[in-house]
Ligand binder design. Structure first.
Ligand SMILES: Nc1ncnc2c1ncn2[C@@H]1O[C@H](COP(=O)(O)OP(=O)(O)OP(=O)(O)O)[C@@H](O)[C@H]1O
Ligand SMILES: [Mg+2]
Length: 474
């Protein structure tokens, strides 16, 4: 199982949300300590003052009066008993010593007398009035909290303060400091959820905007090989993405002009080759041996044919810089008529739904190459046109021997011809399919070859993509 999301969107969102959670938790922890110690300081001060004042009042009263007053003083979080001698109280945690000392000093200050005072933080149970100040064992969790968070002393812990009054009586006070309730954590959850939702939503919008631009860029990058003529990408999005799109558009233009430039150069070479070939042909006449002469001339014919097809191919692309809507059905129809006129067996079925944006001459050459192959190697050509939302497909089927599966891709290589067609001396140069595929890809499409099952021929299919407007790439 993958824990890390694959997409940039998922990862960025994960980092955002995880970061927010950590920040929120950290701020809550800081807040908790801050608020807790604040509340404790205030509570401790109040408690110290109350103990000191009570001690001072009790000091002034007669034993009888004291009993009545003590009765009135006692409440759920504060009570006092008077004892002839100090009571023994279990010693609390060493960690609490500094707080006990601080409380003692505070009480002493409020007493304004040098009465002996002791303070002990210890567990006395939850009863509102402890029995004889006997220590009560608490749970390990409560002990742990009391030990490490002095300001969240669990309810079982009390402050026991013993003050020796002037007449020798010991007043034993016990008090609980109001604690910072831990249950605050519950109110934290909805708040965290709220911030998280807002953050995630805003983050999603921001990240989505970036990933959308990136996705568009990736799609265009895929297309650039297949369709070098596509419209430039609109330069939207954040400035970084915009500059990438800008560079990308420029690269696409450069690439396109580079391809055209190369085509023009190769075209020129093919063209210029014709002159030396003609010269060679004249010189061949001078070869005395008739057999050698014939072979020489045949090689020259082949060279001329190659240069000729190359020239024609490069011309088709260079001559039509702009695409135009083309009725592909009519184009195929007229090609068929031409072949039928020369007595070949060609038929067509199916129609195109609408015009297709293309280079008419190039597309004509592409389809004609497929028909020519079908006739040359398979005797007849059955053409079918299929057209739907996704693509326009023109399949040419023949009844020849087909092509061995291993060679189905190799026949697209320039000048590659199968052995048997070589022997048949059929006169091809091996450029036809290379040219046809080049033209198909220039239109954003492709050509696929497959054998008719049972060795009953070959199907060569030209697939041209239909875009949203139904016309094919602009
Ligand atoms: N319909 C087909 N049936 C059987 N083999 C085919 C068919 N089409 C092409 N081939 C094989 O693929 C090879 C390459 O075809 P391609 O059209 O590229 O060249 P070519 O027909 O030999 O020459 P060119 O088309 O340049 O005149 C052919 O030589 C032939 O062996
Ligand atoms: Mg051919």
């Amino acid at each position: 199982m993958r824990l890390l999301p694959r997409s940039l969107f998922g990862r960025t969102l994960l980092v955002l949300v995880a970061g927010l959670m950590l920040a929120e938790i950290a701020s809550q922890v800081v807040n908790f300590f801050d608020r807790g110690s604040g509340v404790y300081r205030l509570g401790a001060q109040q408690t110290a003052l109350r103990i000191a004042q009570s001690a001072r009042i009790l000091n002034r009263l007669t034993p009888v009066q004291r009993d009545a007053v003590v009765e009135e003083m006692n409440g759920p979080n504060f009570s006092v008993i008077l004892s002839a001698a100090p009571v023994t109280v279990r010693k609390g945690f060493a960690e609490h010593d500094r707080y006990e000392q601080a409380l003692g000093t505070l009480i002493q200050r409020y007493l304004r007398s040098q009465w002996s005072t002791s303070v002990q933080i210890t567990s006395l149970g939850r009863a509102s009035r402890p029995k004889n100040y006997e220590a009560v064992d608490t749970s390990p969790l409560e002990q742990w909290i009391a030990r490490h968070f002095y300001f969240v002393l669990p309810g079982t812990y009390s402050i026991v303060s013993q003050i020796k009054l002037e007449d020798g009586t010991t007043a034993v006070f016990y008090a609980r400091i109001p604690q910072e309730p831990l249950s605050r954590i519950e109110s934290l959850l909805p708040r965290l959820l709220l911030t998280l939702t807002i953050f995630a939503a805003l983050g999603a919008v921001a990240v989505r905007a970036i990933t959308r631009s990136l996705a568009r860029l990736a799609r265009a990058a895929e297309q650039v090989g297949a369709n070098p003529e596509g419209a430039p990408l609109p330069e939207h999005g954040p400035s970084e993405v915009r500059s990438v799109i800008h560079a990308f558009n420029r690269m696409r233009l450069d690439l396109r002009s580079y391809v055209l430039e190369r085509a023009r150069m190769l075209g020129a070479i093919s063209h210029d080759l014709q002159t030396p070939i003609t010269r060679l042909r004249l010189r061949a006449e001078m070869i005395p041996d008739a057999g050698s002469r014939a072979k020489f001339v045949r090689d020259l014919d082949e060279m001329e044919a190659m240069a000729g097809s190359a020239l024609e191919f490069f011309k088709t692309l260079g001559n039509e810089p702009q695409r135009q809507p083309l009725d592909v059905g009519a184009l195929v129809g007229s090609l068929c008529e031409d072949w039928i006129e020369t007595g070949r067996d060609v038929s067509v079925q199916g129609v195109a739904r609408g015009p297709y944006n293309s280079h008419p001459q190039a597309l004509r050459r592409c389809i004609d190459n497929l028909i020519e192959n079908a006739l040359r190697y398979g005797g007849r050509a059955r053409i079918s046109i299929e057209d739907d939302v996704g693509s326009l497909r023109i399949a040419v089927r023949d009844e020849g021997p087909g092509i061995p599966v291993d060679d189905l891709e190799r026949v697209f290589e320039p000048f590659f011809r199968l052995e048997q067609s070589r022997n048949r001396d059929s006169g091809g140069t091996g450029l036809g399919l290379a040219i046809a595929r080049n033209i198909a890809r220039w239109h954003g499409g492709d050509i696929h070859l497959r054998n008719v099952p049972g060795g009953k021929g070959l199907i060569a299919e030209l697939v041209l993509p239909r875009t949203a407007n139904g016309r094919g790439p602009a």
